[in-house]
Write a protein that binds this ligand. Structure first.
Ligand code: SF4
Ligand code: SF4
Length: 373
């Protein structure tokens, strides 16, 4: 399949992981529908969800916003099977039927084994899920099969040698290209070596690059005062070779409109703009922060219901911006009615689930010292 998608696909994908909610916790479907309308009318096609997103509400939102309102062949759906939340092989395979039902469709354009890494690759093999998706592709239920990946380039090389896939999904953003816990560049090079095209997740690093440290903002603003920080991040990855589309997890209309404003007629970064990003990357190495992408994989099984990503976001305000009062207020709000950082039992469940391989237990101890008053 190689570069086929890379040439023809609109370079912005609608990531439906962080959708807007109403105060009662339900999807703000009216706003999601409006976001879908802007996306489709601007030329967007690739809609990305997963079995586990928002307990199934994300897949339902896709059905309501797209499947029930647009011809099925005017957009493509990507969703994912997650072995980690399955009780056994049968339970894992049953996720496909549940996803099809929630989505109101009898086929999927893109189907991924979800968040594969060095730690869980064997589980995906033991459950025969690679064969399962190949078989479902032969049956016509799945059009393109692949996996999303959060592991080392070495393990990725092994997977791509052992399994033929149509595409894959990687975390790539200008801050993580050479970050030791992500290694975006080497993973991307490995995919390209195998001739596999890539959809990109976390181009804005869970929102962090939409509002980076002031020293980074200054570099971008000096070059172009009107371009948003997110536009630099998304255009950077969309300019790379072999990219099918760049998924942006959009949470409101404003983000959709901003993204569409520069992706409707996508222009790759030119040489001067590439140099600006390089300067920002160099400056970023001098700014310390916790590299959490707020994916929430760590929180599902935490026996103390500790809101880990929200605590790290509060801590980052402290370490990146020296805003200790604001960080303590954010921490107090995040932990109200939930577990506190100091209540961590050090069971390690969260560290096994973290795709960024963060030393969560140790970081929580730092957070407790700095933010609990
Ligand atoms: S190590 Fe601490 S934060 Fe992590 S799952 Fe266990 S109790 Fe929760
Ligand atoms: S600590 Fe890791 S698993 Fe938890 S939200 Fe952050 S990146 Fe995701």
């Amino acid at each position: 399949m190689g570069d086929y998608f890379g040439k023809d696909t609109f370079k912005l994908g609608f990531g439906m992981m962080r959708l807007p909610h109403l105060p009662d916790g339900e999807n703000d479907q009216a706003q999601i529908n409006e976001m879908a309308d802007i996306f489709i009318s601007g030329g967007g096609t690739y809609v990305d969800t997963a079995f586990v997103y928002d307990g199934g509400k994300s897949e339902e939102a896709v059905r309501k916003a797209f499947v029930e309102r647009y011809p099925r062949d005017s957009f493509t759906i990507a969703t994912k099977l997650n072995a980690r939340v399955a009780k056994d092989e049968e339970d894992a395979k049953a996720q496909l039927a549940t996803s099809l039902k929630r989505l109101g469709t009898d086929y999927l354009d893109f189907y991924l084994l979800h968040a594969v890494s060095d730690d869980n690759y064997q589980q995906y093999c033991d459950y025969h899920l690679w064969d399962f998706i190949k078989q479902k592709k032969e049956e016509g239920v799945l059009r393109n099969i692949g996996f999303s990946y959060h592991g080392t380039p070495e393990c990725l090389d092994r997977i791509l040698t052992e399994h033929k896939v149509d595409f894959m999904q990687l975390q790539i953003n200008y801050a993580d290209m050479d970050a030791p816990n992500v290694q975006s560049r080497r993973c991307w090079e490995t995919a390209r070596k195998h001739g596999v095209s890539v959809t990109v997740m976390e181009p804005v690093k869970g929102g962090a690059l939409a509002n980076p440290h002031e020293s980074i903002t200054k570099i971008f603003k000096e070059y172009n005062p009107s371009a948003s920080m997110a536009s630099w991040a998304i255009r950077y990855v969309a300019s790379m070779d072999g990219i099918i589309t760049v998924l942006s997890g959009m949470s409101n209309l404003e983000q959709m409109m901003d993204n569409m404003s520069y992706m409707r007629e996508f222009r790759p970064l030119d040489e001067q703009e590439q140099a600006v990003v390089k300067a920002a990357q160099d400056a970023m190495k001098r700014v310390p922060s916790i590299a959490c992408t707020a994916c929430h994989y760590c929180t599902e099984g935490c026996p103390m219901s500790i809101p880990i990503p929200e605590i790290f976001a509060a801590m980052n305000r402290n370490i990146m911006f020296n805003m200790i009062d604001k960080a303590q207020r954010d921490y107090a709000r995040a932990t109200e009615g939930k577990g506190k950082a100091s209540e961590c039992l050090q069971c390690g469940q969260c560290e096994g689930a973290c795709p960024q391989h963060l030393p969560i237990i140790e970081l929580l101890q730092d957070c407790a010292s700095a933010l609990e008053v």
